[in-house]
Design a protein around this ligand. Structure first.
Ligand code: FAD
Length: 460
């Protein structure tokens, strides 16, 4: 019998470690050192995903064994207790996960129990898409070209025989968490398959054109499923390739590719994390260690609360609170606002996202923040500072997205909303008395940010 240790691969379908087993004891261990960094939305999603996983195992005639403790010793203890011949799991690529896995391997070696790991979460594991000099890519476009042309594996099937675990899953409060502030999407392979089917049935063909417009709701919403592995990447790829075959024009085929390139961004950031584990807490680019970030408790609090007086920024931050999710364009806008307009350290924003996002993923979140802060690989150039007003005007021209999250602005005409920073206090007071005036002057802050970055770069 094999022990299959689930971590961020909470599914039976298209699961490589599981597919490599004949007769399996499936196990999940709540690790307090991981829970210490998790926010309520993610833990709530994970608990639902575990319930769905347990049901899937029950349907196969077995059950999931759920434990709480330190996997470094617990996995070997369980393997001995159940007399398994081999322990299998899927790789996780962050520095902390790899350290933990080393400890698990050492404990298994001591017990004389075989173990094997598989690459499952991504198509091409770190170290397989490299420059011609054998180095990891630091520019996405080149990575994407090579990644795109590599053959992709097909989905795999689970084994026939599953052993019985205890099936006991703790509640959120037993794990020490409050209910999430915002809603949390349904977490199961079925829910992920439904999203994938709905997306491939239409939105994927307008993705290239519409993905930047939050109100058009044309993205897949698969991020928490890819993060927790309620769906396998091979399955997602297969569905997108089928959509490509059904496309009716070159434009539609290109739109499918545009979506697939986002899946490659995920793998690009996984590779960055695998090769540079320090990016979780440190800047990727060394010059940025000299950036003099400000300290501004009030500004940070206003940003978190969605009370900056910049409507598009506030709408994004409030979407995060209400849905435990934020549209990608908004993540870029609010991250730019925090790091450039407020000149606050990206780590403040990262910590907030980590707590509130249901899809927080170390590689992607870190990649996104360091991109916006101009401190990362292939990052936004420091002198290209997003203007929150023109971003709002361009990507939410009718202010529909804004007003759906900022009720104080309901009924105010879009033109007034998009010029909130330049109209007078009297006009603001008349249009929306409950909504704040801008907390900073964007034009001034933009100049200051550029000067700060130039000082750090030694350009002055
Ligand atoms: C500051 C910042 C923080 C972010 N934090 C996270 C995070 O914690 N977790 C996360 O999964 N994504 C993060 N992203 C990337 C992106 O915003 C989300 O993946 C996307 O909004 C999720 O919605 P979706 O599934 O509908 O995306 P879709 O547009 O449907 O994309 C499909 C999938 O591709 C991947 N993807 C899409 N865009 C990116 C990207 N720019 N970088 C890496 N992968 C991408 C995701 O897995 C996503 O689910 C962040 C971006 C920024 C700018």
């Amino acid at each position: 019998m094999e022990l299959c240790w689930h971590r961020r691969d909470l599914r039976v379908a298209d699961n490589r470690a599981l597919a490599a087993c004949d007769w399996t004891l499936p196990v999940f261990v709540f690790d307090d050192s991981v829970l210490a960094h998790a926010g309520p939305p993610r833990v709530a999603f994970m608990l639902d995903a575990l319930s769905a996983l347990r049901e899937a195992y029950r349907d196969l005639g077995g059950d999931l064994l759920v434990e709480r403790g330190d996997p470094s010793t617990m996995i070997a203890d369980l393997a001995s207790e159940f007399g398994v011949d081999r322990v299998v799991w899927n790789e996780d690529y962050s520095g902390l996960a790899r350290e933990r896995d080393e400890a698990v391997r050492a404990a298994l070696d001591e017990e004389g129990i075989d173990h094997e790991t598989y690459h499952d979460a991504i198509h091409h594991e770190p170290g397989t898409v490299l420059t011609n000099d054998g180095e990891p890519y630091s520019v996405f476009t080149y990575f994407w070209k090579k990644w795109r042309d590599r053959e992709k594996a097909d989905p795999v099937s689970p084994p026939d025989e599953i052993a019985d675990g205890d099936g006991g899953i703790p509640t959120l409060s037993e794990l020490g968490f409050d209910e999430p502030a915002g809603s949390v999407p349904e977490a199961s392979t079925e829910a992920a398959e439904d999203l994938l089917a709905a997306f491939c049935d239409g939105p994927i063909y307008r993705y290239a054109e519409d993905r930047d417009y939050p109100e058009r709701e044309c993205t897949s919403r698969l991020s928490p499923h890819l993060k927790f592995g309620t769906i396998g990447i091979r399955r997602v790829w297969e569905a997108t390739e089928e959509a490509r075959e059904s496309a009716e024009s070159e434009e539609e085929r290109e739109s499918v590719s545009e979506f697939q390139s986002q899946l490659a961004w995920r793998e690009f950031y996984t590779q960055v994390l695998a090769y540079h584990p320090h990016v979780v807490t440190e800047n990727y680019r060394e010059y940025s260690n000299g950036i003099e970030w400000r300290s501004d408790e009030e500004g940070l609090a206003a940003w978190k609360a969605g009370e900056t007086g910049y409507p598009i920024v506030d709408a994004g931050m409030r979407q995060l609170k209400t849905e435990s999710y934020m549209h990608n364009r908004l993540r870029m806008i609010v991250a730019s606002f925090l790091t450039k307009d407020l000149l606050l350290d990206w780590r403040e924003g990262y910590a907030h996202f980590r707590e509130f996002l249901v899809d927080h993923d170390t590689g992607n979140d870190n990649g996104g923040w360091q991109w916006a802060a101009s401190t990362g690989t292939d990052a936004q150039p420091y002198f290209r500072v997003f203007n929150p007003m023109t971003q709002g005007e361009r990507y939410d021209p009718d202010a529909e997205y804004i007003t759906s999250y900022v009720p104080e602005l309901e009924g105010v005409d879009p033109e007034t909303i998009h010029s909130w920073h330049e109209i007078g206090d009297d006009e603001r007071e008349e249009a929306a008395p409950e909504y704040p005036a801008p907390i900073v002057d964007h034009a001034k802050r933009r100049e200051e940010a550029i000067e700060t970055f130039e000082r750090a770069r030694g350009d002055e």
